[in-house]
Design a protein around this ligand. Structure first.
Ligand SMILES: [Ca+2]
Ligand SMILES: [Ca+2]
Length: 344
C-alpha cells in the first residue's frame, strides 16, 4: 500500500535514507512495546527511531489529506489506506490520548483535592456555626427563663409587700381588739365583784328574814314549794293562796331552772301548773299577779297553740322536756306555789 508514497527522509533514518527511489516499506503493526511508550528525559536510539517513523507517517497522511481532491491516491483504495494507517497506529493514538488524559488528571487532581479540602473545612465550619447557633438559642431560652423568673420574683416581692402592709394593719387591729378585750375583762371583773357583793348582802338579808312556811324552800328572798297533789289551775291557785301565796312565777331563766329541779325532787314523769295564763284575752299571756309575761319565756316548740280552742293555762310539760305548754285549765295536774318568808 505504500508503493506510491513519496519517500521521506529523516535525520534518524540511517543508511536507508539514501534509497530515495525506493517506495516506503510497510511497517509491521505494533500493539505495544517500547516503541509505543512515551518516555521523558534522555531519548534512546530506539525512541528516536520511533519518533522518526511517526513523523514520517504523519507527513504522509498530511500530504494525502491536503491534496486537491482530498482523496488518497488510488481512490477507494486510498481511503482504505488511511483507515488502515489509523488502525495500525491505534495503540499509539490510544497512548497519546492516555497521556493527555493523565496530564489532565494530574493537573486537575491537586485542584480537586484542594476543593475537597476547602469544602470539608467549610462544612466543618458550618457545623461549628450550627452548634454555636444552637448554643445561642439555648442561652437565649435560658435568659428568657431568667427574665420570667425575675418578673415572678418582682411580683412576689410586690405581693410580699402587700402582705406586710396587711400584716401591719392586722397587727394594729389585733392590738385594738386586745385593748377592747382588756377593757371588757375589767368590766366583767367589776360586775363579778359587784354581783358577789350583792350575793353576800342578800345572804345577810335572808339570814335576817323570818323562815319560809313548812315545806317551802327559800331562794333569793322568795319561798317555793312543789305540791304532789293534782288540781285544776284555779283550784291550785286557791291552794297557794292558803299559804298567803300564788302559783309560782318564773320570770327569769335561773328561777325557771330552780323550779324544774324543785318539782323533779318529787319524782320524774309529772307535769306541774305554774302561774301564767291568757284567760282574760286569748294569746295575751300574763302572770297571776296581773303583770305582763315580759321578754323571757321557755315555750316548747309549737307552743302555745291553744289546741282545740280552749288552752288558756300554762304548765311544765314533762312530755315536752319540761318546756312550757298551754293546756286546758280544767285539767288536773300537780302545781308549784310561791310565798314570802314569815307568812304562815
Ligand atoms: Ca289560750
Ligand atoms: Ca298547748
Amino acid at each position: 500500500m505504500y508503493e506510491q508514497a513519496e519517500p521521506v527522509r529523516s535525520p534518524f533514518s540511517g543508511p536507508d535514507s539514501r534509497k530515495t527511489s525506493e517506495p516506503p516499506q510497510a511497517r509491521p503493526v505494533r500493539q505495544s512495546g517500547s516503541r509505543g511508550r512515551v518516555r521523558h528525559g534522555n531519548g534512546s536510539s530506539e525512541d528516536q527511531e520511533t519518533s522518526s517513523h511517526m513523523y514520517e507517517e504523519a507527513e504522509e497522511v498530511k500530504r494525502y489529506a491536503t491534496s486537491a481532491d482530498g482523496a488518497y491516491p488510488g481512490g477507494a483504495s486510498g481511503r482504505r489506506g488511511v483507515c488502515s494507517f489509523l488502525y495500525a497506529r491505534r495503540s499509539s493514538l490510544a497512548a497519546g490520548i492516555a497521556v493527555l488524559l493523565s496530564l489532565g488528571a494530574v493537573g486537575l487532581a491537586p485542584l480537586t483535592f484542594s476543593n475537597k479540602q476547602e469544602i470539608s473545612q467549610l462544612s466543618n465550619t458550618v457545623e461549628v456555626l450550627k452548634r454555636e447557633q444552637d448554643g445561642m438559642r439555648q442561652l437565649s431560652s435560658t435568659v428568657d427563663g431568667w427574665k420570667r423568673d425575675q418578673d415572678d420574683t418582682r411580683q412576689l416581692s410586690t405581693t410580699v409587700d402587700g402582705l406586710k402592709r396587711d400584716q401591719d394593719d392586722m397587727s394594729a387591729t389585733v392590738d385594738g381588739l386586745k385593748r377592747v378585750q382588756d377593757a371588757l375583762k375589767r368590766d366583767l371583773d367589776n360586775e363579778r365583784s359587784r354581783t358577789a357583793a350583792l350575793e353576800q348582802c342578800l345572804h345577810e338579808i335572808e339570814k335576817a328574814l323570818p323562815p319560809c312556811p313548812e315545806g317551802y324552800t327559800l331562794r333569793r328572798g322568795t319561798c317555793y314549794k312543789a305540791f304532789n297533789t293534782r288540781k285544776s289551775f284555779n283550784a291550785a291557785a286557791v291552794a297557794c293562796l292558803a299559804d298567803s301565796g300564788t302559783l309560782a312565777m318564773p320570770r327569769d331563766a335561773e328561777t325557771n331552772a330552780f323550779l324544774v329541779s324543785l318539782y323533779k325532787s318529787l319524782g320524774d314523769g309529772w307535769s306541774f301548773w305554774f302561774g301564767l295564763h291568757d284567760q282574760r284575752e286569748e294569746g295575751k299571756f300574763e302572770w297571776v299577779d296581773d303583770s305582763a309575761l315580759g321578754t323571757y319565756n321557755s315555750w316548747a316548740p309549737g307552743e302555745p297553740n291553744n289546741y282545740g280552742g280552749g288552752q288558756d293555762c300554762v304548765l311544765y310539760a314533762v312530755v315536752l322536756r319540761d318546756k312550757w305548754s298551754d293546756n286546758d285549765c280544767r285539767m288536773r295536774f300537780r302545781f308549784i306555789c310561791q310565798t314570802a318568808p314569815g307568812r304562815p
